[in-house]
Write a protein that binds this ligand. Structure first.
Ligand code: C5P
Length: 235
């Protein structure tokens, strides 16, 4: 069974505020998504990385991808929602000789601080699981449900609650069928769960966060820079 990554990158990043989609914002001298793709490329168990762009994406061609050459396949089939972009990408992969039982690791373009070791842990732990699995973090904070007046309506017990991250790793045909059945989900696991299946939770850490708000860029820069420094010290 071959493993592929599928990176939905067709969002506009409206919560970021600016005009440029967030995947192209500069981060340590490269577009943010370059870091995301470089991490996936650093995992030898992943044969190819499919990148789903919006059909009218004008930014991709403005950047240099030569460091990742040979591992990327660009699909210009983004949809109106993240789930639609992933579904379109899975359909395009089927037309490119990806087999029903091949694994697909779906990863948000905006999670630029993904460490290759976390991907390897996911692949190792999921192994040949009949369902698949996701990276996630146990919830550490106390959770409040807000009322309409932005006052606390209730405290939600956090026992057993995890925050879902990506990559989310499922078999190609099962994931496509799940998303075709349940397009109104915010992650792939949600669609698989709607089929009555229980994906495995693989513990990750908070550095694999999704860059969403302007201040997140500075945090991502700090994480990537401190990793660069510690690997330079080790070599
Ligand atoms: O907007 P959000 O941060 O939840 O998006 C998560 C990921 O899904 C991002 O990588 C974004 O580019 C992608 N996306 C997409 N197509 C959309 C909306 C989001 O590929 N229509």
């Amino acid at each position: 069974m071959t493993r592929y990554a599928l990176v939905p990158a067709a969002g506009s990043g409206s919560r970021m505020g600016g005009e440029k989609p967030k995947q192209y914002l500069p981060l340590l001298g490269r577009p943010l998504i370059h870091h995301t793709l470089a991490s996936l490329c650093a995992v030898p168990a992943i044969a190819k990385i499919f990148v789903v762009l919006a059909a009218d994406d004008a930014d991709w061609a403005r950047h240099d991808w030569s460091l990742l050459a040979g591992r990327l396949e660009v699909l210009r089939c983004g949809g109106a929602t993240r789930a639609e972009s992933v579904t379109n990408g899975l359909r395009a992969m089927a037309a490119m000789a990806v087999a029903a039982d091949d694994w697909v690791l779906v990863h948000d373009a905006a999670r630029a601080c993904l460490a290759p070791a976390q991907v390897e842990a996911l692949i190792r732990t999921v192994g040949d699981d009949p369902v698949g699995g996701i990276l996630a973090v146990p919830v550490a904070d106390t959770l409040k449900r807000a009322g309409a007046d932005q006052r606390v309506q209730a405290t939600v017990p956090r026992d057993g609650l995890w925050q879902a991250q990506t990559p989310q790793m499922f078999r190609h045909r099962q994931l496509l069928q799940a998303l075709e059945c349940c397009p109104d989900v915010t992650d792939e696991a949600g669609a698989i769960e709607a089929l009555g299946l229980a994906p495995r939770l693989v513990a990750a850490d908070a550095t694999n966060f999704k860059v969403t708000y302007p201040a997140d860029l500075r945090l991502a820069e700090w994480i990537l820079r401190s990793r660069q420094l510690s690997s330079a010290e080790q070599s």
